[in-house]
Design a protein. Sequence first.
Length: 303
Amino acid sequence: MTNFSGVRRGPLEAGERVTVTDSKGRRKSLLLKEGATWHTTKGGISHDDLIGGPEGVTITSVGGMQYLVLRPLLSEYMVAMPREAAVIYPKDAAQILMWADIFPGARVLEAGVGSGALTLALLRAIGPDGQLHSYERREQFAEVARKNVEFFIDGEHPAWQLTVGDLVEEITDDRLDRVILDMLAPWECIEAVGERLEPGGVVCCYVATATQLGRVTDTLRAHGGFTEPRATETTVRDWHAEGLAIRPGHGTSAHTGFLVISRRLAPGVSAPMRKRRPAPGAYGPDYSGPRPANIPGVAPGQS
């Protein structure tokens, strides 16, 4: 039976993944197989010693090293699963779920699917009664994503549809509540998704560079049917706390990407006039992107 949440209970079974952690906090993802052995520099560990037992235990290798064994959380699976494309990391996926307000039963469009990391987070949020339509241009990426999703939930998800092809050319969705664009040029899709996004619906674009950030925000402004876009970046820093030794940790997850978020206005409604003027030269002769129509002193359209 398909497990839509991906959360497993009971004894560990052959065919599922576990996260093995050593005394220094280093992690290894293992796919349990009957009769198999995980070889380490401190000796081997038999998979059969784990299969049939509970998670949350420690096991000792032949060389005397102890390891903690747990089923992976979704955040751990997202970064350890097989991949063809770079994944959206958990810190950004968490921001997307909150700021895009992904809710149970939502009708969500996602493009591109990459290796399926964000797809899993979206499916868990919308549940079996929602709709997630993922678009991916590359067949090999789509196939990896499909395998990763179906492995984690142990089957097919009734809320998920995966289409291989260009979003603008292949889009078949009627009405959408949320749109998540993780692609090289999301501004090329704003017009297409804007026609199908419900008034009040959210579009969230994940981009890697400041140039992409600027282009997608200007496109949303030039469209006229969206609220003023909000652009954010998320940094996560670990902390070490032991007795009186409390200090920032060595591990920091810094820049991975930017999020640009905006909401769809009702048909025929234009975005309010911006009160803040752009910086001098923002739309000067070297600027080649879309020019917002609601900024004083800036001629709308393409230069």
